[in-house]
Design a protein around this ligand. Structure first.
Ligand code: ZN
Length: 344
């Protein structure tokens, strides 16, 4: 689904370990493979990164793909970042023809953690805890710290014991949720130990205890997300059109909306039930102005976006009966006209 093309990292074709970090363009690099670029990282015996090379297929330009976004993505690999399950993230494994080439909150935090300019404890709070399933801790669950504007600010994956740690979380009010990486991003899109994890289906659940007020320099421990059973609800695609009734295509890429717009937003996937499944954008700038409509395996509604809607990415929540699920980073709000005239 969608027009995204995959990034293949750690593939190693033709790049060479020569002590120099390089970015090269090579014609026909990934002919017929649906890849646009590859970054290869080399590590020394102590596990420190020794070198990274980026190779890009120039067909990205005539193909109309977002070159800036692609290069930012590969530089993210060069710096040591893995793929992200957040649709709006630069490290999302698919690059499309549109999109906004700006780092998302979770990758800013990830880069700051790898290359700290200040003591991480001074930058924000630390949230630690565990995701429990029926068989104990869930491995490779995506844990999201969602702020009170509905923005996925920080992301972590749980380790083999189901434990997670979110570092440098900016002061604010958050709700934590855990979700499976069951599409559009799968564990196989990640590297290293994540590929050994089993794709488990578990319901998206919020942490016990309600909203958490985070202050810089503090540690919040023993946060627990309990998720039992399995789920059939799995949002995978999102689409937007100017108004209800006009053509809409859904894809596994984030949609971009601008402040002041009235748009029809649709979300589709598995387990959607006509008349029962609803979608919610937990941000006060999005006001739903229609009833839900259903067609095929998707639900849609019209939303009015306030003219002062903050730019950034948003999570879309889907509910169906007693099941809930998230499309994390499914919406990118473009910068407002006011923000664009700010001069440096
Ligand atoms: Zn990649």
């Amino acid at each position: 689904m969608g027009d995204g093309r995959r990034c293949s990292d750690h593939n190693g074709e033709k790049a060479g370990k020569d002590g120099q970090n390089s970015i090269t363009f090579i014609d026909g690099l990934f002919k017929d493979q649906n890849f646009l670029a590859v970054t290869t990282n080399w590590y020394d015996d102590s596990g420190h990164m020794a070198e990274a090379d980026i190779q890009i297929d120039p067909s990205v330009v005539p193909g109309g793909y977002n070159l800036q976004l692609l290069v930012e993505h590969e530089v993210g690999h060069l710096l040591g970042l893995d793929h992200s399950g957040v649709l709006s993230s630069v490290m999302y494994p698919f690059v499309g023809r549109g999109g906004i080439a700006a780092l998302d909150s979770d990758e800013k935090l990830a880069i700051a953690e790898l290359y700290p300019a200040v003591d991480p404890m001074n930058a924000g709070g630390i949230l630690t805890g565990r995701v429990n399933g029926d068989g104990g801790g869930i491995f490779a669950a995506q844990v999201v710290a969602l702020n009170d504007k509905g923005q996925p600010v920080a992301i972590a994956l749980t380790n083999q014991q189901g434990e997670f740690e979110l570092d440098g979380v900016p002061p604010g009010t958050y709700q934590l949720y855990a979700e499976p990486l069951d599409g559009p991003v799968f564990l196989q899109n990640l590297s290293g130990i994540w590929q050994t994890a089993k794709n488990e289906s578990f319901p998206t659940e919020f942490a016990d205890g309600g909203p958490l007020h985070v202050e810089a320099g503090r540690i919040y421990g023993n946060l627990v997300v309990n998720s039992s059973g399995t789920t059939t609800l799995n949002p995978k695609w999102i689409g937007v059109s100017a108004a209800a009734g006009s053509d809409m295509s859904l894809g596994a890429m984030p949609i971009v909306v601008s402040p002041g717009q009235t748009v029809n937003i649709a979300v589709g996937g598995d387990g959607f039930v006509s008349g029962m499944t609803t979608l919610e954008i937990p941000n006060r700038s999005f006001r739903r102005t229609s009833n839900f409509s259903y067609a095929g395996n998707y639900v849609s509604a019209t939303f009015n976006v306030a003219s002062d809607a903050p730019s950034g990415s948003l999570t879309v929540l889907v509910k169906s009966g007693n099941q809930s699920a998230a499309l994390t980073g499914g919406i990118r709000v473009a910068g407002s006209a006011r923000a664009r005239v700010v001069r440096r």
